[in-house]
Write a protein that binds this ligand. Structure first.
Ligand SMILES: O=C(O)[C@H](O)[C@@H](O)[C@H](O)[C@H](O)CO
Ligand SMILES: [Zn+2]
Length: 299
């Protein structure tokens, strides 16, 4: 019998909630509201969300080894000092493009910050195609582009042995794998490991668990799915009370709770009245799976 429990914990309602990251030092969940232009931190103790407004769409947040955070902001990698509410630019990408922004990003096991871009959306999933690229910010603050021609750069994570990089370009409806060289941060040998089924809709953010299985949030699919990257099989589906589930991470005690962000952009009044928790952050307990702590940016 399943004892999976789902609770909406941060009810403020993001426009596009994304990039949940457990901050163990603070005992809190970080996430962003991309179009709401806020970096948020929810504390399970106070049950309150603190939010720092920023001046552009903020698409991901990551821990930093030296303290505080790094974020992807517009087309910039930037540093965020939480207490001071201070944002400083580290580096800029897509300098040859006029209409792109960063989307999802995550730090690799060696402390490099990976994040990709996409064209600004006209409405959800409607945008000029192949305008995005995947980048890495290295600890020496230099940036490398891996490839371009990306539609919507999205979920990413690394296998437990650090030899595989998992990546989602949403409009390919596929979860892909690359060989990964942890020494250099280089990727190669791209292949698809799972194609989404129609009702799963669009693959968005993802994370890996301690058994090496992938959890993928399905945008417009109202669910997270657990995949076996070895066999290409779906192992589990967990449905949520909102359609626009955007990303997931593990957090809490022993990383045994899952946190799922969601979006409300693109929903009309009727849709929103049916799903009043759209844009909230959900906590899922009783999954029986655990996650891997997030890696901090080493620069
Ligand atoms: O959350 C994200 O990653 C994007 O910024 C969103 O806009 C959606 O994913 C997209 O609309 C669905 O494809
Ligand atoms: Zn996303």
């Amino acid at each position: 019998m399943s004892s999976v429990r789902i609770e909406c914990v941060a009810k403020e309602g993001c426009r596009i909630g994304e990039s949940p990251v457990w901050d163990e030092k603070e005992g809190a969940l970080l996430f962003v509201d991309i179009t709401g232009r806020k970096v948020c931190r929810w504390s399970p103790l106070t049950r309150q969300t603190q939010a720092i407004p920023v001046d552009a769409p903020v698409s991901s947040v990551a821990l930093r080894q030296s303290g505080d955070y790094v974020i992807t902001l517009g087309t910039r990698f930037a540093a965020l000092k939480w207490k001071e509410e201070l944002v400083t630019t580290i580096n800029q990408v897509d300098k040859d493009k006029v209409n792109t922004r960063f989307n999802d990003g995550k730090v690799d096991p060696a402390g490099r910050y990976f994040a990709g871009t996409m064209a600004e959306e006209i409405r959800p999933a409607v945008l000029e195609r192949r305008q995005g690229s995947l980048y890495t910010l290295f600890p020496d603050l230099s940036v490398v582009k891996h490839f371009d021609q990306v539609d919507i750069s999205n979920g990413l994570d690394w296998s437990l042995d650090h030899r595989t990089f998992f990546y989602i370009d949403s409009l390919s409806y596929s979860v892909d794998a690359f060989d990964y060289d942890l020494q250099t941060g280089k990727i190669g040998n791209r292949r698809s490991i799972y194609k989404l089924e129609k009702e799963e809709s669009i693959p968005d953010g993802m994370c890996i668990d301690t058994e090496g299985k992938l959890w993928v949030a399905c945008y417009d699919g109202g669910r997270v799915i657990r995949l076996d990257p070895e066999t290409g099989k779906r192992l589990q589906t967990v449905k949520l009370p909102v359609d626009k589930t955007t990303s997931c991470c593990f957090g809490g005690k022993d990383y045994s709770e899952m946190y799922v962000t969601s979006a409300s952009d693109g929903m009309d009044k009727e849709w929103l009245s049916r799903q009043p928790q759209a844009g909230g952050v959900f906590k899922i307990t009783g999954l029986g799976a655990k996650g891997v702590p997030p890696y901090p940016f080493a620069g």
